[in-house]
Design a protein around this ligand. Structure first.
Ligand SMILES: *[C@@H]1O[C@H](CO)[C@@H](O)[C@H](O)[C@H]1NC(C)=O
Length: 650
């Protein structure tokens, strides 16, 4: 009893910690068990794809695709029996992990210096050119020891704190800007005593310091003679260069417990900026909500009171109180006038309902993913778990998508039922998948390992087809059996004329204005997500992200409701698409921001980088468009229902 109570309070404390502080803590699921090794036992080292990183010389990202560790041009040593694949989750594969075995022999707690990995390799001119270019672009090598990424130690320029980031450079530059290949690795592994006997150790940290030695030699029997760093190794682009790959390994006892070994990787560079942006957006949202409720509620209450008073006076007219009649004629203007049209069906009801369904699906998926992340279920020790969870949740919530889409379509009075049921699970996924597929073809054509294998593609399509489509159809069927939402006012036979001034009323500016506020709420977090997405850093500020998501929902709802209110006051009743597009503008802003990020932090040489970058940014922008558009529309729908429900119409 007491134990569980304590664990509960621990859990609560931990959640609060993540939610309230920027110093996030990693949690562990029972499934992720620590592995212990006895002295001299081999600790496997796995290799992952080489990834581009922000180059230190100019603080820019130069590459975008990743390359397989065993790409022939790198000439890295292979295990004798050939490298084997290490099992990975679907999400991990989609996000570019290509984990394989390696010929490294790390004996637990046994320091060894200058070991040879394999016989001396020969770089020809072509490989030398390729590798030199990768060094120039700032590519990183990625290794995993016991599930922990091999890191380099960096210093935070602001706080002078030391922190680790996964990956270490393939090469370096000398004073003349000549590229140097790192062919020796100093591997420092931190270990922690485990168990009562103290004979077992757990891996709690790995640092790699790469070095470059021109004159290393293989001595045989796994030994080598290492050169010294005053004679670095430069790959000759006109001829052959012999390269000997060597490594040393040192084991250090550490106080870090296994449970906290990820903490140093989750370093927050500048927590102040997150706090600043969060407080900023919160104040902003509070002001906005205050303004909306003040203006709107007051105006509305007055409107509603007046409309209803006029109504009762009009009844009194029969008994001959004449003074009010003229009042009634004059004052009966504003949003009440369009009561006979406001529930007129939207144009393209099929498309709108399909988008709404998908938006609802994305909305729930994102919310639940963030809750999971907040509770610590998506700890970075589970590689690719986040992507897998997103995929799974999206698939399962096909049900919600189908339901919302059909319900909306029925309310719009749509009649092409079958088309609605088919398009709901098909339209958005097909757009996303098509873009993804073509981008993937492009990556594949470049010989990068980042391309998602065909089997994984087929698996995704199969999951979507076997699970998501039937679930969506089930949701549609359920909604179909329920009545359409009733509207508080009847729709007139003949559409009302829209006043000419309202017709031109700020179409584009109003849309742009609506989207910019929700975008402001998520801007800073988005920037951090983008930089970690493109540079392979670990993003772990889910507490902030969760709050930002909530702020974004509130701002989207508020601004869209305001937009719709102004529109109706101008006697323009075509609010459906305006609400959706206005709220969806946030996605367009996200896309524009991605382009801005490109100008600031990214400089790709070739077309490939540009195509991939723009393609993926457009994809993300599109999904955010559907998501925020739906949030805005549904909020507006509730608003319109509410205000027309509270006036009396004869
Ligand atoms: C191994 O090397 C590390 C780092 O230099 C040192 O702290 C440790 O004592 C060494 N261990 C042994 C068994 O020599």
């Amino acid at each position: 009893m007491r134990k569980t109570a304590r664990r509960n309070s621990e859990m609560l404390k931990a959640i609060l910690l993540v939610a309230l502080s920027s110093y996030s803590t990693a949690f562990y699921l029972p499934g992720v068990a620590p592995s212990s090794y006895t002295v001299d036992q081999i600790v496997p080292l796995h290799v992952n794809a080489l990834t581009p990183a922000i180059a230190q010389r100019d603080d820019q990202l130069h590459g975008i695709v990743s390359f397989d560790y065993y790409h022939h041009a790198f000439r890295f040593c292979r295990p004798e029996a050939g490298p084997e694949w290490v099992r990975e989750s679907l999400g991990s594969i989609i996000f570019g992990d290509r984990i394989r075995t390696s010929p490294f022999e790390l004996h637990m707690a046994r320091n060894e210096t200058c070991k040879a990995l394999c016989d001396t390799q020969k770089f020809d001119a072509r490989s030398a050119k390729f590798v030199n270019r990768k060094i120039w672009q700032g590519y990183n090598i990625n290794w995993l020891v016991d599930g922990l990424p091999a890191a380099q130690l960096l210093q935070d320029p602001l706080t002078q704190e030391l922190f680790r980031i996964p990956g270490f450079p393939l090469g370096q530059f000398d004073k003349n800007g000549q590229t140097i290949l790192n062919n020796h690795w100093e591997i420092l592994i931190d270990i922690h005593k485990a168990g009562i006997t103290g004979k077992q150790y757990r891996v709690v940290g790995i640092l790699v310091q790469p070095e470059s030695y021109r004159d290393s030699k293989v001595l045989g029997d796994g030994k080598a003679q290492c050169g010294d760093s005053s004679q670095p190794l430069i790959l000759n682009e006109d001829g052959e260069t012999p390269v000997t790959w060597t490594y040393s390994v040192y084991w250090r006892l550490s106080d870090t417990a296994w449970a906290t070994r990820w903490d140093e990787y989750l370093h927050v560079h500048d927590p102040k900026i997150h706090w600043f942006s969060l407080i900023n957006s919160s104040i902003f949202v509070v002001l906005l909500v205050g303004m909306v409720s003040m203006v709107l509620l007051r105006a509305l209450r007055k409107d509603i009171e007046r409309y209803n008073r006029l109504d009762s006076y009009n009844l009194d007219d029969l008994t001959g109180t004449s003074a009010v009649v003229e009042d009634g004629v004059q004052e009966d203007s504003g949003w009440k006038l369009v009561h006979g049209d406001v529930f007129r069906s939207a144009r393209y009801p099929l498309l709108l309902s399909v988008l709404l369904g998908n938006g609802a699906q994305l909305f729930i998926m994102t919310g639940l993913t963030l809750v999971f992340a907040l509770l610590g279920f998506l700890s970075p020790s589970n590689r690719g778990f986040l992507a897998t969870v997103i995929l799974l949740l999206y698939t399962i919530f096909g049900f919600v998508g189908g339901y919302v889409s059909s319900r909306a379509y029925k309310t719009f009075g749509g009649e092409r039922w079958k088309l609605n049921i088919i398009l709901t699970p098909v339209l958005v996924p097909v757009i996303v998948f098509t873009i993804f597929f073509f981008l993937n073809l492009w990556v594949w054509g470049k010989g990068s390992s980042g391309a998602v294998p065909l089997t994984t593609m087929i698996a995704i399509v199969a999951i979507w087809f076997i699970i998501s489509v039937p679930l969506s159809a089930g949701g549609s069927w359920l909604a179909f059996k329920q009545p359409a939402f009733s509207t508080p006012t009847k729709v007139n036979q003949i559409p009302r004329q829209i006043p000419p001034c309202a017709r031109s009323l700020r179409l584009l500016p109003s849309l742009l204005m609506t989207g910019v506020l929700p975008f402001g709420a998520i801007f800073v977090e988005l920037y951090f997500i983008m930089s970690s997405l493109w540079t392979g850093k670990i993003y772990y500020m889910f507490g902030f992200l969760f709050i930002c998501y909530a702020l974004m929902i509130i701002t989207t709802a508020c601004t869209t409701v305001l937009l719709v209110y102004f529109l109706l006051c101008a006697e323009d009743y075509r609010w459906h698409w305006r609400a959706f597009l206005g709220a969806g503008m946030t996605g367009v802003y996200v896309f524009i921001m991605a382009l801005g990020f490109w100008m600031m932090r990214v400089s790709f040489g070739g077309l490939t980088g540009a195509v991939l970058y723009v393609g993926y940014s457009a994809l993300i922008g599109f999904l955010i468009f559907v998501l925020t558009g739906s949030i805005g529309y549904l909020a507006s729908y509730a608003f319109v229902q509410r205000i027309y429900g509270s006036i009396k119409v004869d």
